[in-house]
Design a protein around this ligand. Structure first.
Ligand SMILES: Nc1ncnc2c1ncn2[C@@H]1O[C@H](COP(=O)(O)OP(=O)(O)OP(=O)(O)O)[C@@H](O)[C@H]1O
Ligand SMILES: [Mg+2]
Length: 289
């Protein structure tokens, strides 16, 4: 009896009904400019999905290893070990909350570039099959990447098919966002147009600053040129820093904070769009690119 109660407690009311409606969500959070809000967005999107009963994997594809540092994680093995040593995914993840596992990055990921480029005649496909088969037990995979153009990022995008581009309120962040759009256009030639930018996400927005209006005008023109929507903005909020100091996602630490409210609004919109898209509905995990 006690065992049965224990089993039931593992799953909140409505869990299986929700799971039945779930489709796999895979997203890369990218901007070639540093400090755009990638890691903050990636950690909180993973938290958001996990808190909605999706078994979620958050992957840190950044040599800075920010996610492990910010969440205070000390895994035995990392993303580097998964790629280079061929370790099973289960050995390379560490739990970071209910429904949430993290595969950490770090400086060892610099070894990965040469390994990926040597491994295939189509290097951007080098991780696709392995990640697809290894992540099948997850309902959602969110990948944070470096502020740079590299092969690991291209591999992550080809695997995930969906990209969110955070843009902080400076002109170089806008340039970094445009560079990601260009990269995806190039990759899409080989991916048959299956790679989708799900939105430009304005981050650290303070409407009182003149630069905000300038960046918003730039966002509107990138949006028009590339045919990508601008998502609802995330306002500047010092609670983001306080959450990191406590090694927690903002949505976990302060769900009522204004940036939590903003992130939830943006994540609801983007999740509905990914779920509603035809590509994801017929997701089999084996579709050729
Ligand atoms: N809405 C916000 N309000 C205030 N500070 C924020 C907000 N979002 C992010 N920050 C802060 O801005 C800084 C950069 O954010 P973050 O680390 O998420 O960017 P990044 O794009 O991952 O950076 P990098 O390119 O170096 O990996 C961090 O100190 C973060 O705490
Ligand atoms: Mg980062």
């Amino acid at each position: 009896m006690g065992g049965e109660v224990g089993q039931l407690r593992k799953y909140p009311v409505g869990y299986w009904e929700l799971r039945a409606q779930c489709r796999v969500i895979r997203v890369v959070i990218a901007n070639h400019r540093g400090g755009a809000g990638k890691t903050t967005t990636a950690v909180n999107y993973a938290w958001y999905l996990a808190s909605r009963q999706r078994r979620t994997l958050l992957i840190d594809g950044d040599t800075q290893g920010s996610i492990g540092i910010l969440l205070g994680l000390h895994p035995a093995h990392s993303f580097r070990d998964f790629i280079i040593d061929g370790r099973p995914l289960e050995e390379c993840v560490i739990p970071a909350g209910s429904n949430l596992d993290v595969m950490c990055g770090g400086k060892e990921l610099v070894q990965v570039e040469s390994s990926l480029s040597a491994s295939s005649s189509s290097p951007e496909l080098a991780l696709d099959a392995r990640l697809q088969s290894s992540t099948q037990s997850y309902d959602a995979v969110v990948i944070d990447v470096s502020p740079a153009i590299n092969l690991l990022q291209a591999c992550a995008i080809v695997y995930a098919r969906n990209v969110i581009i955070p843009v902080s309120m400076d002109l170089l962040s806008l340039t970094g966002a445009a560079a990601v759009c260009d990269m995806i256009a190039v990759l899409n030639h080989r991916a048959g147009g299956t790679l989708k930018i799900r939105g430009l996400l304005p981050c650290q927005v303070d409407q009182r600053l003149g630069i905000t209006k300038v960046v918003y005008e730039g966002l509107a023109s990138v949006s028009g040129l590339v045919g990508v929507q601008v998502l609802p903005p995330i306002r500047t909020d010092q609670t983001v820093q306080r959450a990191w100091q406590s090694h927690r996602a903002l949505l976990d630490y302060a769900p009522a904070a204004r940036a939590s409210h903003d992130y939830t609004t943006a994540f609801e919109q983007v999740t509905q769009e990914i779920e509603g898209s035809t590509d994801e509905q017929k997701e089999t995990g084996t579709e050729a690119v």
